[in-house]
Every structure is written in structure tokens, then in C-alpha cells.
Design a protein around this ligand. Structure first.
Ligand SMILES: [Fe+2]
Ligand SMILES: [Fe+2]
Length: 291
């Protein structure tokens, strides 16, 4: 009876499911809503200005949010795999709980993206199945693997996510898109902090060997994100109206990544004593303007 009350209470008090078609249709839904509610801000779904867009603009945005949904869904598995590395390396409790929490955040991000696909494309899709894999070398010290994969996932990918989300939010005028981006952004900031904090902790304990493992990961992690930035985009022009709904051009994204490397990542790693090699040149003006 207590359980029923709890479920009734939850479903009543909680926001409507963000993308109801992605739920199981079982009583687990109530507990899920409780989890998702933690950092939830209310999204003004009804105020979306999607209806005023031209069909090809809606399609362009629908495709973009479809890709974003797939990326957020994959990020669920990324943090799950990273959590295994961190457990294996005897990471502290706060690092573990935040890493597992990040996976939950990514479920919510995927839900938000699916809802945006519905708004722009009128389709109730599901994320495509799949999982991300992280570099895995059983022969290396667990601490080295954990810190290297934390750099890849958190320090580089999530830090870049915060910079690109922040820049995208600045040009977004649609209130619904703005709130969705803000909601995701606020989580990604924590996902990045998790990595930088653990990196410092691990370097303090791992000495020169850990520093060398970190330095070896720098070019790999930067290339990983650069490959995503360089990727082909969905067909369709990024009109002013499309920009107002939260979309930059590929050329702008290159500039953001280049600035992120130069102004955030390289100084951040250098401050921890990690050699970044030619990173600033690799992603300097020539790369940024190659789009
Ligand atoms: Fe995310
Ligand atoms: Fe994230």
C-alpha cells in the first residue's frame, strides 16, 4: 500500500514524462520520474516556436536533434564503462557517485532530445541501439586507464560540450530550445568538473607514470572530439530562424573547438603538469578555418 501511495504521489507531483513513448509502461516509471526530477527545470514545451518555421527548417532541426538524441544515448554507456574503470582503480566515493549520476543525466538528455525531435519533425522516435567503447588495455595500471579514459570522456568531451552548448545557447532565441539547452548545459558542467577533479586526484597519487599516461591521451582525446566536429551535417541551410532554435554552422563549431583547446584544455592540462605537445598548433587557425 505504501508503494502504491508512493507511486501515486510521484506521478501526481512530478512533471509529465518528457518522452512518454520511451518508457516501459510498468510501475518503474514512477521511480524513474523521481530520479529525473532531481535537477529538472521546467521546460516550456508549449511555447516552442517550431510551428512558425518552414518545413525544411523543421526538418533540419529534427535531424539535428535526432543526432543529439543518439549522442546523448551513447553517453549513457560511456559513463557506465568509465564507472567500471574508476571502480577498478579504487576511485573515491564522490567520484564514483558522480560518474554514475552522469549516466542518469545522459538518460534525461536523451529524453529531452527525443521530445525535441517530436516537436520539429513530428515523429516519436527511439534512440538507435549501440554502446560506446573506451580504450582498454588490461596490462596497464588501473589508475592509468582510469585517468586516461576520464580525460577522454570528461575533461575533453564534456568540457567541449559545455563550451559549444554555451555558445549555442547565446544565439538561441526560441524559449523552449533555450531551456532544453540550458538544462543539458548545467549537467555537462558537472560532468566536466568530475573529470578535472579526478584527474588532479589521480596525478597526485600516480606520479610521473600517471603524468605520462595523461600526456599520451591528450592527442587521442582531442582527435576524438575533432572527428565529431569535422563530421558531415544533415542536409539543409542553417538559416537565421534555424539558428534561433539552437543550431550553429559547422564553421562556427570549429572556431569554438579551436578556442576550447587553446583557452581551456591546454592551459588546464598544463596547470596539472601534463605535456600537450603540438595541440595548440594542431587545432589552431588553419584547422579552425578549414571548414
Ligand atoms: Fe549529455
Ligand atoms: Fe554529459
Amino acid at each position: 500500500m505504501q508503494t502504491d501511495d508512493a507511486i501515486a504521489d510521484t506521478t501526481e507531483a512530478v512533471l509529465e514524462p518528457v518522452s512518454s513513448w520511451w518508457l516501459s509502461g510498468t510501475p518503474l516509471e514512477a521511480e524513474h520520474q523521481r530520479l529525473m526530477r532531481r535537477r529538472q527545470i521546467e521546460i516550456p514545451w508549449a511555447q516552442s516556436g517550431a510551428a512558425a518555421l518552414a518545413p525544411e527548417e523543421r526538418q533540419r532541426l529534427g535531424e539535428t536533434w535526432t543526432r543529439r538524441a543518439a549522442a546523448e544515448y551513447l553517453a549513457v554507456s560511456t559513463f557506465s564503462v568509465l564507472a567500471i574503470d574508476l571502480v577498478a582503480a579504487a576511485a573515491p566515493a564522490d567520484v564514483l557517485s558522480l560518474c554514475l549520476r552522469a549516466g542518469i543525466d545522459e538518460v534525461r538528455h536523451a529524453e529531452l532530445c527525443l521530445r525535441m525531435v517530436e516537436i520539429y519533425a513530428g515523429k516519436r522516435i527511439l534512440p538507435p541501439p549501440g554502446m560506446s567503447s573506451l580504450p582498454d588495455d588490461p596490462k596497464r595500471p588501473k589508475l592509468h586507464q582510469a585517468l586516461a579514459n576520464t580525460m577522454l570522456v570528461s575533461c575533453v568531451s564534456e568540457t567541449y560540450a559545455t563550451t559549444v552548448l554555451s555558445a549555442t545557447r547565446d544565439l538561441t532565441t526560441d524559449v523552449c530550445a533555450q531551456e532544453v539547452l540550458t538544462s543539458i548545459y548545467s549537467d555537462e558542467v558537472m560532468h566536466a568538473r568530475l573529470g578535472w577533479s579526478y584527474l588532479r586526484y589521480a596525478l597526485d597519487r600516480g606520479g610521473d607514470g600517471a603524468k605520462a599516461a595523461a600526456a599520451a591521451m591528450v592527442p587521442i582525446a582531442l582527435r576524438g572530439v575533432a572527428t565529431v566536429v569535422e563530421r558531415e551535417r544533415p542536409i539543409g541551410a542553417v538559416t537565421d530562424a534555424v539558428r534561433g532554435h539552437g543550431l550553429m554552422t559547422p564553421a562556427e563549431e570549429r572556431q569554438v573547438f579551436s578556442a576550447c583547446v587553446r583557452e581551456v584544455l591546454v592551459p588546464g592540462f598544463a596547470a596539472l603538469g601534463i605535456d600537450c605537445g603540438t595541440a595548440t598548433d594542431d587545432y589552431g587557425a588553419a584547422w579552425a578555418e578549414a571548414a
